[in-house]
Design a protein around this ligand. Sequence first.
Ligand code: ZN
Length: 651
Amino acid sequence: MASDDRTNRAATERHNDHTAHAATTHTVEANKAAGRRTPDPADLERARRGHIASLSEPVITSPEGRRVFDIGAYEFLRNGNPAPETVNPNLWRHAVLNAHHGLFKVVDDVWQVRGYDISNITFIRGNTGWIVIDPLTSEHTARAALGLINEQVERRSVVAVIYTHSHADHFGGVLGVTNRAEVDAGRCRIIAPEHFMRETIGENVIAGPAMARRATYQFGPLLPPGPRGHVDCGLGNSVPIGPPTLLAPTEDITHTGQELVVDGVRVVFQLTPETEAPAEMNFYFPDLKALCMAENCSHTMHNLVPIRGALVRNALNWSKYINESIQLFGAAAEVLFASHNWPRWGNNDLCEFLVLQRDLYKWMHDQTMRLANKGYTPLEIAEELVLPEEFQQHEHTRGFYGDLVHNSKAVYQRYLSWYDGNPANLHKLPPAEVGKRYVELAGGADALLVHAQQAFDSGDYRWVAELVNHLVFAEPTNERARSLQARALEQLGYQAESSTFRNAYLMGAMELRQGPPANPNPNVRARALVREMTVDQVFDTIAVRTMSEKLGGVSLATNWTFTDLVGTPDERWVLGVSNRTMYSTRGVHTSDAAASVTLTRSKFLDIVLQDTTFVDAVKAGAVLLSGDAAALITIFGNLDTFSMGFPIVEP
Ligand SMILES: [Zn+2]
């Protein structure tokens, strides 16, 4: 075939192949065999129980009219239909439950608003006002939730906010329920587990841009809602679009057994560090017999490492702390609620729930390491382990969010790293290079595609994905390869029980058809989090942008003085370059500094956030500079920038 013909055909195919395809007969069969197609009646009852009212307008927008969250786009989950052929029936059941939305009474004095954010907001009636647990991800969704309870139950002000843990979907909406003035005036307490701020900022600083890009694959916010697109996020329906806000805690919980009286309500805390989050806590309201399990228990298997990427979580700790919760609160609790999904009622039921959750994380941990110690490698363990019937028969221990295939690898990685111990895998060729060689070995692109098409026709989609990935990386403009790869990933997505796997597969398919996002939104940046960064964290973050190749032979040091940190260890810093590496030293100045900089931490953050430039700040007198300005240009003039739209499914 002449190359022009091929180009024309490819262009036509790309044009025709822009949208999602139907399920193949193999996918239809696989999904038929996978499970029941309607929700468990007991869970349906739990997800509906206590419903008072829903928002009259299902689209939540910002004051500027930007769409933040739209549960109305998920009506297809609420019409009573059984699972369509393009959605795994188990995931469909779960998605139907997560699509319930509104204000729900949990028990007397406890309400939740669910379904307008990926997380839940819980309201406890205190003596005078509302105690808010986890004010959602977005101030707009949080404000809508507060409005709903104020309208439907009682108009009250928020007198306390409890953050269960250091993830943005549990504090990011805080400015929707209170404000800095209320907190500064002592009218609103903010209570969090110890090290909350350090972990909140720390988890997203160094890897921020990569994690944010990969998160679009995990949560799928760019996928159109629908049976061939986005249906669920496991922990909730979907994520709101927009940056988080943050108010620092006014009180830390430092030990298990610590008790506070918050607006007349007794709360007993259990610290659970290094579990689902590095800083997290469960707590119990003895007078209400109500137990909050934060995000340590949800109605799904959670992630031991999310596919967006993160430090691997400690499955053993996680299980042990659930066990401790049973010991501390299991005898008396009559209701259990959490930061995601729906509550459990009755002591027997909630204790059974806790035991299964406890055993799930321990089972994944123990069985992965058992096989690892017998010499199995991560890919083999993921293939060997099958979730036992004891967990499969309960909805809340199935992998609607986390997935055993991924979680077993996380356990392995935590103890033994990504490396499987086989030196053939120690220094492998990178994807584009190995791709070219496999394509050549296969007899060229056309021959590889013939084989891959046969595999596709037989429903062997994992093999197609492996094979055609080589060709896409060898020839990223090969439209037939991109199209076949997109179709294979799509069928894998349609069959996936895990929402994160489905979202990732469908995002991959979409980007093979359309390319990476052309105008990734740089404004969805966590400004509120950057504002809270320490000097150390800012210097560490800047250092990751150092273009080492431009710093050969450079050795210099600069002195920094932060005038709003006088008397603290952060007042003085040395920032320098040595061996092509940026380093920072706290608490000192050096006598051979090439330049000295005097400014406030706040002005420094303005520069980091690009609200002003270093040069403009010097001109305005907000930054005092002495010595050799060229030294600072050497440091700050050789910083890399990161794109939020880097390619993932192609080179
Ligand atoms: Zn969460």
